[in-house]
Design a protein. Sequence first.
Length: 116
Amino acid sequence: MPQVDVTQMLFAKLYALLVNKAQKKGRSRQEVDQVTVWLTGYTPERITELEQSDISYGDFFRNAPAINPKCAQITGKVCGVRVEDIKDPLMQQIRYLDKLVDELAKGKMLKNILER
């Protein structure tokens, strides 16, 4: 089975999966937006606009207004891989967002997630 390049997938499709994951655990779309804003520098309004476009997941991160320098403090495993050990900066940013949403889904307080 060929490996899927997540960077080529539609942002809207993958973001919807992140929101759904959080909502299944009782978290809100707004909380997912907040961690995404913290990581990327996009506004919630811009995220909503990009969901209506055909931007790829990779380009969403490549074009991010301001990747938060504190993101290097995000540690732990996502899909069995330590985010701090990922060498490709783009893939690391993608996994940082996965990790932030994982923390939300596991019940961590939003305030604690964003106060790194």
